[in-house]
Design a protein around this ligand. Sequence first.
Ligand SMILES: *Cc1c(COP(=O)(O)O)cnc(C)c1O
Length: 489
Amino acid sequence: MTVKAELPATPIEDMYRALPSVSELLQKEPIQSLLPSYAHAAVVHACRAALSEMRAEIAKGIPRDKLAARLDALPQIILNNLTEAPRYSLRPVVNATGVLLHTNLGRAPLSRKALEHAVEVACGYSNLEFDLDNGERDQRDVHVELLLLQLIARYGSGVTRETHRAIVVNNCAAATFLALHALAKGKEVVVSRGELVEIGGGFRVPEILQESGALIREVGTTNKTRAIDYEHAVTPNTALILRVHQSNFSMEGFVERPSLEDVVALGKRANIPVFEDHGTGLFVALDPHGIAGEPTLPASIRAGCDLVAASGDKLFGGPQCGILIGRKRLVDQIRKDPLFRTYRVDKLTYAALEATLHQYLAAATDEIPSLHMLGISADEIAQRCRHVCNRVENANLHTEFVETESAIGGGTTPKARLKSFAIALKHASHNANELLRTLRQLDPPVIARIEDGQVLLDLRTVEPERDDFLINALNRLSFSDSARGHLQA
Ligand SMILES: *Cc1c(COP(=O)(O)O)cnc(C)c1O
């Protein structure tokens, strides 16, 4: 071994030897002055990363005379790496699609209050499962259960904790599955053939039923199911009557479906609970926005539904979760299911949900972003579009504002449209797909849509604070070479 050490060093070995050690780097300015404000391990990690980059450069054959300058710059590089914000994969985007609950864009944005409460609760410890009165263990659902029941009572159904309970799981798919598993495993569930639907993202009612262990008892036909069909299907082994909200499609023509009241009435006669997969979680009717007939969750409870499952991040406008509200006996039974524990949600969700429920109870639903955007008038959007168009001065970009329609999305209200306005973009030398891609490369990325060969930016779903960003971005739009390669992407 000593033989090798005595050999004259090759130039490349000399270069490796010129590299400082981590402990030498830590003594150098400006690294040393970073030490009090950064975790020691993070600074060491940044030093190691920079050194290993230098080793790679030497291996690639950096000229000897360049090395000294690179070494001098090393502390500054380390400083930059440490202080630079990480480039996250999950990033905010500007939703200019006009789709309010865009499943690919995170569905309902959370309200400020919901976020602030989540930050406040999650930054430290909380009484998530702790009763502050008696110092004993408690259930995490207490933080939202009463509020949910109060909110339902507010909308016309006198539910109390004596009669009803509410629990929260990860999402509505989990809520539906869990309810079927806990209440109907090995027993029959009567469901209309017109409601054996696929909701999207792989949620298919027949598959969920099957996986839950319940036996599907299909009644009626795809287009027509009558109350009498349910009645004939009930046997001593029937555990539930399932009703699924046809939230993401509509049927026209020769169609019939009993009212929820009729289904509830026959459930009462047969002594079988009625479970509704409500989906949207809508609390406040959409009729004032010109969308008629979209059923609300409180209306289902008022109609006498025994158990209802809903999403937290659709028309409720809260965090992703699944809400189960129903008769005490049924919810207690679901809570006892061993699988309940596997769908448990985090303190972040409870905090955001609790704050959102308070906003509903304080009649401050306009602070809930998706509900607010739903209510913005087309005139107001037109004004913003005109303002943006007037301030874009880009010789290659033609902008005009056009009338369009926003959609609610998120697998809800398939036919509902809200009158809106959009900025239509046309570029002198780039087609609509290239433009769309270039908008996605902005920071934050702008997600738009193409209609009739034009790129449309529907401002209903764009926070007004972003308008100036849009103006700047459109004025300075530049196309990377890669945009060409994705003509049809
Ligand atoms: C959206 C929807 C679901 C799925 O809800 P997630 O919260 O996304 O799991 C289930 N059922 C109905 C009727 C729905 O509309």
